[in-house]
Design a protein around this ligand. Structure first.
Ligand code: MGD
Ligand code: MGD
Ligand code: SF4
Ligand code: MO
Length: 725
């Protein structure tokens, strides 16, 4: 029997786990009650880590595709071949002809996170993409000018707040995002018990049980509702910036724009009454410890950057930034903001994507533009792709076009444990070890944790001699693709050294970063953190509640908050024109339900994780999940009943799904989960039998938030018909 402490890498809650093993077998997985952040919480996905580990479909060795068949290669053969093929494309068409796409799990994977930059550097390509632009990018685009760094997205101080307003988040399913808080529903219940939790969401979600009130809000209209709240705050003299007033510029500009949005002007379009908007604004202003939080519902929409900015503005003008119980900046033990050169403030809009002219951010282009960059001939066309832990076939808007583009690539290398909807198009699949074979320290998520803590957990199982970690695959590729010349030689040596020294090297890097970080002993630290200390405290070290950090933590040029960035305010006329102008669809109820298209939104489920955790029988059992939710009024108007198979059509495609008629979704809105659609020659037996359909066959790559280029999945216009009618 072995007893291990581990960390769940599946979602942002980063729960501490206790794992019991018997030889190579997992006997039990439990939450670690002594983890200072997750405090014993875990969800059903953690238990499925053992399924992932033993999954016979999980690839163990590199797979080479030959037409529609695959054969295994040795690691050396595979890495040599990958480098040779990528090198040939770069030689013929230049370094940028090879693109990279980093998927969501990279953020949860210590080795991949450390080694991916080295690999991309060695590849020398500027055609970089990631899942950020189908996720939180608008929040980062808004944070950068306000606070000076894209990581400075403040998190709600859940442990001390008395009023929490949530726009577009469903923590009961997602377990919190841009808000690392294991056991988040307990935390919501505690806030509800001592104060109030208010949800604004087009669906009455699982989180409603943990909230004091819920309001339906029309998809994409959050910025309007929040601008009207700002209007009330200024009009009624309720703003008070508190201490941040001494270092905040642009308040008058915000007041000037807010004047244009009296609650009556936005009520019909948002679905929220003027009275409610007024009441929420007043409560926010008069509750000492209050926080506004917005998550994926406000970022995967056409006004994502504006909405993210509104969240910041509401917190700032009501004096809720950087105070206990408001929204605060965590101070992680390894602080990216102090790593200056390695994680500088993003450059924004310094380049435009070739075909559509979307702005770049942090040297990446929006992934909504990837398919067209592959398909459009001409100078600069992308001809090869490397994906690291990404499933763009199911994750990006207009997935069908994405799949066509993937199939047309000259070379496609996928670092991924599965033969799935994306990797079936790859020439080579390079499968990494499972999470139980890897050590973990959360370099990323502590920047968004609701309490400062630090935890390091070693691997539960040693990797097989014939298996490779993500970072080893990346280092192996980096070594082989590094260019000739002095710089290339440096990269090659770094990659070689990393491979030779193994994970000791990562430990040593962590140790250095901990010691020289804000909680280390030198040169400016105030603590004694080191790897030795983390090993002495395997459950994690509690560094206490969030602390006030302003103005010191600001990274703007003049170390002041820039509350009113011109480029963001300049987007307001578009919002007004499209949502309030004479051409705009008005109040859905003022028209009969058949006159307007339905607006599509997504849905997450506790037992599911984006597109890739559907191969665990344990997680997939139960009622089918890939259903279309529709309000009874809309169903009646279309002569549809619960259980019907319905055809959902959009400008981009059509899918068929069973209908779930429920008053929990707003009239005029329909909801289908994303991440399903496990069809075609994939090697995921359980997932294939719960295939479902992909929401992203309906979404449109041309619908983006123009400021960030982030995909606007929410609010995609669709129509729904009986399958035979
Ligand atoms: N319509 C719609 N689309 C959405 C969303 C939505 O709400 N609605 N949500 C978006 C969001 S928030 C996100 S983050 C994206 C996610 O989009 P992606 O990151 O592209 O996709 P994932 O579903 O996370 O798939 C992860 C892939 O990595 C592989 N993988 C898992 N673990 C590892 C690992 O440790 N190493 C390696 N090398 N591979 C691994 C899996 O097999 C899978 O192929 O989807 C986005 N797409
Ligand atoms: N179990 C599970 N956990 C996960 C994931 C998962 O797939 N499964 N994915 C992980 C990832 S990658 C992420 S990014 C996080 C996301 O974490 P959350 O943001 O909490 O994710 P969701 O559960 O999708 O909640 C978003 C909510 O926004 C609502 N919404 C949609 N459009 C709008 C809109 O226009 N306005 C408003 N106000 N609301 C809107 C939806 O109805 C939904 O309830 O979750 C993470 N955790
Ligand atoms: S909430 Fe569930 S999936 Fe997320 S880290 Fe915790 S155990 Fe893992
Ligand atoms: Mo995400």
């Amino acid at each position: 029997m072995g007893h291990h402490l581990s960390t769940c890498p599946l979602c942002e809650a980063s729960c501490g786990l206790k794992i019991e093993t018997d030889g190579p077998r997992v006997v039990r997985i439990e939450g670690d009650p002594d983890d200072p952040l997750s405090r014993g919480h875990l969800c059903p996905k953690a238990v499925a880590l053992q399924d992932l580990h033993t999954d016979p479909d999980r690839l163990r060795r590199p797979l080479l595709r030959d037409g529609s068949t695959h054969r295994e290669l040795s690691w050396d053969e595979a890495l040599d071949l990958a480098a040779k093929r990528l090198g040939r494309v770069q030689k013929d068409h230049g370094p940028d002809a090879v693109a990279t796409y980093l998927g969501n799990p990279v953020i949860h994977n210590l080795g991949a996170m450390v080694m991916t930059p080295l690999f991309i550097e060695a590849l020398g390509t500027r055609s970089r993409f990631s899942a950020a632009s189908i996720d939180q990018l608008p929040q980062m685009v808004a944070a950068l000018p306000l606070f000076g760094h894209q990581l400075l997205v403040p998190v709600p101080d859940l442990e001390r707040t008395d009023l929490l307003l949530l726009f577009g988040a469903n923590p009961a399913a997602s377990n919190g995002s841009l808000m690392t808080a294991g056991g988040v529903t307990d935390r919501l219940d505690a806030i509800k018990a001592r104060g109030r939790v208010v949800l604004l969401d087009p669906r009455r979600t699982e989180s409603t049980r943990h909230a004091s009130e819920h309001h339906f809000i029309r998809p994409g209209s959050d910025a309007l509702a929040m601008l009207a709240m700002l209007h009330v705050l200024f009009a009624e003299g309720l703003t008070r910036l508190g201490k941040v007033g001494a270092f905040t510029d642009g308040v008058a500009d915000v007041e000037a724009v807010a004047r244009r949005f009296p609650p009556e002007r936005v009520a019909a379009r948002t679905g929220i009454s003027a009275d409610t908007i007024r009441r929420l604004a007043r409560e926010l202003a008069t509750t000492e410890r209050a926080a506004v939080y917005g998550r994926i519902g406000v970022s995967i929409q056409a006004y994502g950057t504006l909405a993210a900015w509104c969240v910041f503005a509401l917190n700032i003008v009501t004096g809720h930034l950087d105070v206990p119980g408001g929204v605060m900046f965590p101070t992680p033990a390894i602080d990216a903001l102090r790593l200056g050169r390695f994680y500088p403030p993003a450059r924004y809009a310094t380049r435009k994507s070739r075909v559509r002219g979307l702005p770049d951010f942090a040297d990446e282009f929006p992934v909504a533009a990837l398919a067209e960059e592959i398909e459009t001939p001409g100078e600069g066309q992308i001809r090869a792709l490397v994906t690291v832990a990404g499933n763009p076939a199911l994750s990006v808007p207009n997935g069908r076009r994405m799949q066509r583009a993937l199939a047309s690539l000259e070379v496609f290398i996928a670092i991924d444990p599965y033969l799935n909807e994306t990797t079936r198009h790859a020439d080579l699949i390079l499968p990494p070890t499972s999470p139980l074979e890897r050590p973990h320290y959360d370099l990323a998520l502590y920047h968004f944790a609701v309490r400062n803590t630090a935890r390091y957990t070693p691997a539960v199982f040693a990797r097989d001699a014939d298996a490779r970690h993500d970072w080893e695959i990346l280092a192996g590729l980096a070594e082989r693709v590094a260019p000739k010349g002095a710089r290339g030689l440096g990269l090659k040596l770094a990659a070689k050294a990393a491979t030779r020294l193994g994970l000791d090297r990562v430990d040593r890097i962590l140790d250095l970063a901990l010691r020289t970080g804000p909680r280390g002993s030198r040169p400016f630290g105030t603590g004694d953190l080191s790897m030795a200390k983390l090993r002495e405290h395997p459950h994690g070290v509690d560094l206490g509640p969030l602390e006030e950090t302003l103005p010191g933590r600001l990274r703007t040029a003049n170390r002041r908050i820039q509350l009113a960035p011109r480029f963001i305010l300049d987007d307001l006329p578009r919002l007004e024109r499209e949502l309030l102008g004479p051409e705009a669809p008005r109040d859905a109820h003022a028209q009969t339900p058949l006159e307007l298209p339905l607006e599509l939104i997504g849905r997450r489920h506790l037992r599911s994780n984006n597109s890739w955790l559907h191969n665990s029988q344990r997680l997939m059992k139960g009622k089918p999940r890939c259903t279309l939710m529709m309000h009874p009024d809309d169903a009646t108007a279309r002569l549809l009943v619960h259980g019907d198979e319905v055809r959902i059509t959009s400008r981009r495609g059509e899918v068929v799904a069973p209908l779930e008629v429920t008053a929990d979704v707003m009239p005029g809105v329909v909801s289908l989960p994303h991440g399903f659609g496990h069809h075609g020659p994939i090697r995921m037996r359980v997932a294939s039998t719960h295939a479902g359909v992909s929401q992203n066959e309906l979404t449109d790559e041309l619908r983006v938030d123009p400021l960030s280029g982030n995909a606007a999945f929410s609010g995609t216009p669709v129509e729904v018909h009986a399958i035979n009618g």
